[in-house]
Design a protein around this ligand. Structure first.
Ligand code: CTP
Ligand code: CA
Length: 223
């Protein structure tokens, strides 16, 4: 109840979390997607809510079930996710962008099922909008913006680059080289960089515990 939430660290704060993959339509029966399970983002939404925040979870297509204390908006494409995030962002104190947003989408969506033909088939793709970078450009001094960086090589440099380019307060580095990290896994291993580029390395933990660590890192910088 509301009475119980008073005194919680995020009481009175509005939070927005993105989770899961996006699906970019090719034709009525096909799409471009990725292996994101949504587990990490759902765990973060739940952790923020348990710590007293009023949480909206913007979820791409996933099999995850959200908790009762989280308001959920289901979306399909990067463009849908952009529209929901952009609408909600001005009223949001804390934003954590965990979704594995497709970087490219088919330039045209065929209205009829594409039929197979002889020889090679070429699909032309265009860039999707970078939702996180857009929010970073529109961020006020009071808002906290947290992004993820999923990397396979030169991880720390890419993560720090994303922090700076997207105007983030924290970047959570997820290296696919780390054992126990990954899309389908129930565990994760993260490194967090703050704006001073100070680095905190965490052990392999359950995604529930990783979500708690991310919340604690946010609490440290809360304005
Ligand atoms: N992100 C986003 N919108 C996109 C692409 C990414 O909001 N169109 C967000 C992700 O949710 C994540 C962060 O940006 O918080 C970094 O995503 P990632 O895929 O690691 O980096 P990109 O900037 O897309 O660069 P690349 O995939 O080339 O490494
Ligand atoms: Ca990407």
């Amino acid at each position: 109840s509301d009475a119980l939430l008073k005194g919680m660290p995020f009481y009175g704060k509005k939070a927005m979390v993105t989770a899961g993959p996006t699906y970019e339509a090719i034709d009525p029966v096909r799409f471009i997607g990725n292996h994101s399970s949504g587990k990490m983002g759902f765990a973060i939404a739940d952790a923020l809510a348990r710590l007293g925040a009023e949480v909206t979870l913007i979820a791409g297509p996933t099999a995850q079930r959200s908790k009762q204390n989280v308001t959920r908006i289901d979306v399909v494409s990067a463009s849908d996710m952009f529209n929901s995030c952009t609408a909600l962002f001005p009223q949001t104190d804390i934003t954590v962008m965990c979704a594995a947003v497709a970087d490219y989408r088919p330039t045209t969506v065929e209205q009829q099922k594409i039929k197979k033909q002889e020889g090679e088939f070429t699909l032309v793709l265009e860039k999707t909008v970078d939702i996180l970078a857009s929010l970073g450009r529109n961020k006020s001094a009071e808002q906290i913006l947290v992004g993820f960086a999923l990397e396979t090589n030169d991880e720390e440099n890419y993560a720090k680059g994303k922090l700076e380019k997207k105007n983030l307060d924290l970047v959570v580095l997820n290296s696919l080289n780390d054992k126990g990290a990954g899309f389908k896994s129930d565990t994760n291993k993260i490194t967090i960089f703050n704006r001073a580029l100070e680095k905190t390395i965490f052990e392999v933990k359950s995604k529930t515990d990783v979500a708690q660590d991310i919340c604690e890192a946010i609490l440290k910088i809360i304005k």
